[in-house]
Design a binder for this molecule. Structure first.
Ligand code: NAP
Length: 258
């Protein structure tokens, strides 16, 4: 018996889970991406792209595709899709498992200032011009147009299409993971004196935090949003273990030899 599973992705967790479900006869998994990245990494399972059209659209998709369970493997700052997943799965009455990455915690030598959101980060940079590294998504860059006195270096996967960007902005296009030595070099070469970061958790983008620590630079750490969740697991491994139990419990007793 094969169960249809929807993975809400766009993260390293989803990329780790997809190959482990590929070719597993117990599951027919589909990976859903928002469609923000122009050339997402190819995955060995069926992939769809673009929004569902709110809670109703997602619920319609789940019914039409007879999805048996949803794995929410979205980024800690993607709160809306998770809220939609909670509501749609409740409506359709199927289980939702949410992979929640642990946040980073400050270590000795870290100089973090917690800020509520991106607008608060732009304000906290202060009046005097600074050289700022933005390790954020391209959608967030326009917020810093409100603080045009600073020189920004922003690293993004795809170039932003918004016109409301800070005037002195250098864009670097690259996809993680990044390593500590290269991040130290980058922050030094660009004469960065402050870093703005989300508390993404995980390894892929942590090197900039380690580099800031090594160089004694302050970090404005933007708080995680409230992100609704279903049954919480901490890793792709735990999600897979949950799916295996789910399949075992869903399979007719005769097929299990009971
Ligand atoms: P969001 O604010 O939570 O979602 C906005 C809308 O985008 C949702 O209502 C939904 O549209 C659509 N959407 C989001 N994720 C989707 C998915 N996996 N499949 C289909 N539709 C999706 O999300 P976001 O912060 O813009 O992030 C978008 C995607 O990028 C997410 O998949 C996330 O995992 C990934 N990502 C985000 C960040 C970040 O910092 N936010 C970082 C790395 C990766 P409808 O309402 O039309 O269904």
């Amino acid at each position: 018996m094969s169960l249809d599973i929807l993975i809400l992705g766009g993260t390293t967790e989803a990329s780790a889970l997809a190959p482990r479900l590929a070719g597993d006869a117990r599951f027919e998994a589909t990976l859903s991406l928002a469609g923000r990245t122009v050339h997402p990494k190819a995955q060995p399972i069926a992939t769809r792209s673009g929004g569902f059209g709110g809670i109703e659209g997602l619920a319609r998709f789940l019914r039409a595709r007879k999805i048996a369970a949803v794995i929410d493997a979205t980024h800690p700052y993607a709160a809306q899709i998770s809220a939609h997943a909670v509501a749609a799965c409740a409506d359709v009455q199927i289980p939702l498992v949410s992979i929640v990455r642990d946040a980073w915690h400050p270590q000795a030598g870290d100089r973090w200032q917690d800020v509520r959101d991106m607008a608060a980060a732009a304000k906290a940079l202060g009046d005097a011009p600074r050289r700022v590294f933005l390790g954020l998504g391209r959608q967030e860059l326009s917020v810093f147009a409100a603080a045009p006195q600073h020189r920004y270096v922003a690293r993004v996967i795809d170039a932003p299409d918004t016109v409301a960007l800070p005037p002195d902005l250098k864009l670097l296009q690259a996809r993680g993971p990044f390593d500590r030595a290269a991040e130290i070099r980058l922050l030094t070469d660009e004469k960065i004196d402050i870093v703005v970061s989300k508390n993404a958790g995980g390894d892929a983008t942590y090197a900039k935090i380690e580099a800031a620590r090594a160089l004694g630079l302050p970090v404005l750490m933007v708080a995680r949003p409230d992100k609704p969740a279903g049954h919480i697991v901490r890793s792709p491994d735990e999600a897979l273990a949950w799916l295996e139990r789910f399949h075992h419990d869903a399979a007719p007793r005769s097929l299990r030899g009971v």
